[in-house]
Write a protein that binds this ligand. Structure first.
Ligand SMILES: [Zn+2]
Length: 72
């Protein structure tokens, strides 16, 4: 989801990029395909979308990198 200048919108609460549900879904699907071909180990986590009640849009949880407790 972008503003009128084409910049990504960032959620003020979580600091994550804001996606529409459709955008988030497309990215998740891409990650799934990627996973099947290249990542078999358990440590690898595909991106998942989730609804953010603060901004009313969707974010992606990413590959279990750092920053775990940003939003509680
Ligand atoms: Zn949000």
């Amino acid at each position: 989801m972008s503003d009128m200048y084409g910049n990504k919108l960032i959620c003020k609460k979580t600091g994550k990029i804001i996606y529409t549900e459709r955008e988030a879904g497309e990215i998740v699907n891409k990650c799934r395909r990627h996973k099947i071909s290249q990542h078999r180990d358990k440590a690898y986590r595909p991106a998942r979308k989730y609804y953010c009640k603060y901004c009313g849009h969707f974010h992606l949880t990413h590959f279990s990198k750092a920053k775990k407790k940003e939003y509680t």
